[in-house]
Design a protein. Sequence first.
Lengths: 327, 88
Amino acid sequence: MNVLTVLDLLGLNCRSNKDLKLSVAAGRKGLSREIGTSYVNRPGLALSGFFDQFAHDRIQIFGRGELAYLKKMSRDERKTALEKLFAFPIPCCIITSEYDSETDIVEIGEKHSVPILKTELNSSDFSQRIVTVLGDYFAPSEIIHATLVEVYGIGVLLQGDSGIGKSETALELISRGHRLIADDAVKLFALSGEILMGAGANEVTRHHLEVRGLGILNINHLFGVGAIREKKQIQLIIHLEEWNSQKNYDRFGAQDVTKTYLGIDTPFIEMPVKSGRNIPVLVEIAAMNERLKKLGYNSAREFNENMLEWLENKRTRDLYFKNEDQF
Amino acid sequence: MEVRDVIVLNRAGIHARPATMIVDTANRFKSQIFLKKDDLQINARSIMIILTLGATYKTPLRIITEGEDEKEAADAMAALFDSKFENE
């Protein structure tokens, strides 16, 4: 399980619709506290003294309601209520509404080394964003040996033994205008248990390709920012392997073979490598075919249906002409 | 399956040159060779993925080999780590 401290949360690089707009108001000493879950809690009941089932391992969000409640209390009541709350090992408190110094929360937080953070966002926006951000962070993940490219908008994961030509295939695809997400080390995430995302496993090595004979290439510098992408949903997995004459490869393509990562099934193709087979082109076609399937057109199935219809027609025609011949 | 526990002894950690040496050594053998750091187990034949480990000075790593020459492979890899990636 990943560990996320409050300090890590402040340092997360979240942009645009995930920007949490956080700043520290008090309790810097407690920034090493750990956030153990992606859920958040509104501590209204706890402030009123009801601590049964109190979710103290979650981030506590103080919105307008909580602050108004604190403000209504007398100074002593407020102190007792907050001290009781801060006696629990809560990760941090986040104030979403306009901070009001009358509520003393900053002073008491500082005294107990509980990080008190402020955000410019309102409670509902903030709750939404933090659940997404923490959900992404705590998503089940796995690092695998593969290459991830985006081909015609489809995230294609290339797998296979070392030296089979994953990186070379990726390089050819990039020169044809497709995009690289990660080479060799791909970090997979399962988002809400349904979407399989892939990204570079490491900030430093991502968007670099290692090609035998050329060494390490920086794709961002060589091909420009249009040739790279940070992360992408994986929609197709292609396994490259040496052509094995003993093995039956899919000749028809009507079966839906899938491979499971982190509990998510993804369409899977075994692609034999042999001289005379242009792998990048085959990958491109596989990606286009996958798009076609997503749009509801399955080439192999349609072909089969047309064939059956034609055979049926032919039979009736044959019957008809045969009858005519008899006259 | 052969297992060896090693510690990164060179100050700079596993950067590009040591990673290249690991891959070169791994490629001399037929066995599957893995490096394991904490829960992360990776293929020792890929420079990029070795660098991704972020193995710094004094990081404990586990070498796992599997195949017909697993013992020789494990010994050669362990020797490489012990030599601090200095000889070539």
